[in-house]
Design a protein around this ligand. Structure first.
Ligand SMILES: Nc1ncnc2c1ncn2[C@@H]1O[C@H](COP(=O)(O)OS(=O)(=O)O)[C@@H](OP(=O)(O)O)[C@H]1O
Ligand SMILES: Nc1ncnc2c1ncn2[C@@H]1O[C@H](COP(=O)(O)OP(=O)(O)O)[C@@H](O)[C@H]1O
Length: 202
């Protein structure tokens, strides 16, 4: 008998087909690529590009994008510190399931708090949490910064809400001479890392 959180009398059920069998089937290793950065820094663009590049190499990945998940799984959450923490916790748990399924799970969320990202890292076995930080000038295609600067959106990350950069991330994507790398170049940096670390083969 076990108690987990608020659940009592629950038992873990182990399937005879496990992570290793699925990884062998897919000829890849499940992991989470966690993309963090300000709104408009290119998280979704990078996620799409990595997803496409992996697809072209016959590798299965799946994107968990903050904006999209707030249309469903996380539609009851707002942008208070408490709700952002719950947002990241839920996505971390879902990402863990996708990695266990053998997929390369690409999570792209602002995830502004270091402790929340570190909690997701701690959910994953071994070193299967790869944190990629986008350190580039944010763009404003949705006009949100303009609204936030005008005081029309309160608690906007980077304006009147905090962003805590990673202290030790696996991948940092930066501008060179003030120029942002192209989406393909950014994705190349991530895919090369996955290749070098052995995630693209079983
Ligand atoms: N207050 C505030 N602060 C930051 N962002 C805001 C806010 N309100 C709405 N949005 C829009 O929500 C998108 C970010 O959602 P996330 O789930 O990634 O955010 S978080 O990780 O919980 O902080 C973010 O999308 P991206 O621009 O793709 O990052 C915004 O479009
Ligand atoms: N590497 C890049 N080079 C040029 N434009 C980019 C690049 N990455 C993203 N963009 C553009 O910047 C804007 C914000 O990108 P997006 O991926 O939506 O960011 P985020 O998901 O972090 O909010 C979009 O208009 C996108 O087309």
């Amino acid at each position: 008998m076990a108690t987990v959180g608020n659940s009592t009398n629950i038992f873990w059920q182990e399937s005879p087909i496990g992570r290793l069998e699925r990884q062998k089937l897919l000829n890849q290793k499940g992991c989470v690529v966690w993309i963090t950065g300000l709104s408009g820094s290119g998280k979704s663009t990078l996620a799409f590009s990595v997803n496409k590049e992996l697809y072209s190499r016959g590798k299965l990945s799946y994107i968990l994008d903050g904006d999209n998940l707030r249309h469903g799984l996380n539609k009851n959450l707002c942008f208070s510190a408490e709700d952002r923490t719950e947002n990241i916790r839920r996505v971390g748990e879902v990402a863990k399931l996708f990695a266990d399924a053998g997929l390369i799970c690409i999570a792209s969320l602002i995830s502004p708090y270091r402790k929340d990202r570190d909690a997701c890292r701690a959910m994953l076995p071994d070193s299967n949490f790869i944190e990629a930080r986008l350190l580039v000038d944010a763009r404003d295609p949705k006009g949100l910064y303009k609204l936030a600067r005008a005081g029309k959106i309160k608690g906007f990350t980077g304006i009147d809400d905090p962003y805590e950069p990673p202290l030790n991330c696996e991948i940092e994507i930066k501008q060179k001479d003030g120029v942002c790398p192209t989406p393909n170049a950014m994705a190349g940096q991530v895919v090369s890392y996955l290749e070098e670390e052995g995630y693209l083969h079983f």
